[in-house]
Design a protein around this ligand. Structure first.
Ligand code: LMR
Length: 397
């Protein structure tokens, strides 16, 4: 009996599958603008100096590698909550240190299922793994309108309407800032209105927070959570330390549950621990030690936030330079939104065949939906990217 033969054929992941394809491409001039990672001027993933210094301190401590508690160590969690909700009393939160934010999303899905929630709604578009994760957790997945690809604006009235129509026993997943893949976030007034609807309709809010510090600033980028906590009784944030600490492969994340009354936190925590134990048992320790060591030290925190600020400002400059270079090429597509978008991504309004040609003829890899990782551009590859776009659009190469 060949059990493995019974698998159905499945498509590769739209982001990591493409990264694998890029790796195999023999083109010596290939440029990877797919996966959302911050790259340096040398087009390399940057190791933060603060991370390196923290690792040296950890090394010197000669800590053993014993198991952590099922939902992580208290010290990591105490530091993280100060970063995400500095004005709130930590007693309002249950936090589980998870395997990156993806397992926080999965854990939230399983907990929601246990809470009696049946449906989850995402923005159209969203991170392609969102529906996958929540379907696997047993929820029914739906979308609500979000972005107008012609005007490069939020479909704000359609968002309000769709949220108002959401049925009972539903959750809505929002992205805290630096929306993936559009780069378009609601402003303060729009968030206020969205949150009012969430409250009135009794919708359960989940926020995916993967880019704190890459939008407007560390505190500015968690405004949506601050506004949410003023209005609703309960919410969950799924937090990633991948981008803002450059700890992608260390898989450091957290599920942060807010309960205004604090009454249900113990029960939630017990259920979370049982769910985690039946899944990956305990989280990996090294990345969380790095984050904790940085945040506990005034000096390292300062170094870290300065590094992050430099990265944020550099991505904004890259956006300006990218637009300028595109405009010099007289390409008949509106790219002005690039300098308004927040975070690492923008959606380029390129036809599908142009995106394929960029990849196949010029080795310029962006996602099939036109998402480009702006933080993968640098002065060395900018001209090659924009002239390839010019060739596929203006000269139909
Ligand atoms: C991305 O959207 O590129 C990142 O969130 C990385 C990933 O795991 O997909």
């Amino acid at each position: 009996m060949n059990y493995f033969q019974s698998f159905q054929e499945v498509k590769p992941d739209p982001i990591l599958g493409l990264a694998a394809k890029y790796k195999k491409d023999p083109n010596p001039n290939k440029i990877n603008l797919t996966i959302g990672v911050y790259k340096s001027e040398e087009a390399q993933i940057a190791l933060f100096r603060s991370v390196h210094e923290a690792e040296k301190l950890i090394w010197d401590e000669k800590l053993n590698k014993g198991y952590p508690p099922i939902d992580g160590t208290a010290e990591f969690k105490e530091e993280l909550i100060k970063l995400v909700a500095p004005e709130q009393d930590a007693k309002h939160f249950y936090i589980a240190h998870t395997v990156g934010a993806t397992s926080a999303l999965r854990l939230s899905g399983e907990l929601m299922k246990q809470m009696g929630i049946e449906n989850i709604f995402f923005s159209d578009l969203t991170w392609p793994n969102h529906p996958h994760v929540f379907k696997n957790a047993g929820l029914k997945t739906f979308t609500f309108p979000y972005y107008n690809a012609s005007s490069h604006e939020l479909e704000i009235e359609a968002i309000y309407k769709a949220l108002n129509d959401i049925p009972e026993k539903s959750a809505v997943l929002f992205q805290m800032s630096c929306h993936n893949p559009t780069g378009m976030d609601p402003n303060k007034e729009q968030w206020t209105q969205i949150i009012q609807i969430i409250k009135d309709k009794n919708i359960f809010p989940i926020i995916d927070c993967a880019y704190q510090g890459f939008g407007q600033g560390l505190q500015e980028d968690v405004l949506a959570f601050k506004l949410l906590m003023e209005q609703v009784d309960q919410a969950i944030v799924c937090y990633s330390c991948a981008k803002n600490f450059g700890l992608y492969g260390e898989r450091v994340g957290a599920l942060i549950a807010f309960d205004k009354s604090k009454k249900s936190l113990e029960n939630l925590g017990q259920n979370a621990r049982v769910t985690i134990r039946g899944n990956y048992s305990t989280p990996p320790i090294h990345g969380a030690r790095i984050v904790k060591t940085i945040l506990q030290s005034q000096e390292l925190s300062q170094v870290w936030s300065e590094e992050l600020t430099k990265m944020r400002l550099r991505v904004k400059e890259l956006r300006q330079d990218f637009l300028k270079s595109l405009e010099q090429k007289n390409i008949p597509i509106d790219f002005k939104h690039i300098i308004k978008d927040q975070g690492l991504f923008s959606l380029l309004a390129l036809p599908k065949d142009a995106i394929l040609k960029l990849r196949e003829e010029f080795g310029v890899y962006i996602l099939d939906n036109g998402r480009i990782n702006i933080a993968g551009l640098c002065q060395k590859n900018m001209e090659a990217v924009t002239s390839s776009i010019q060739k596929v659009i203006n000269h139909n190469v």
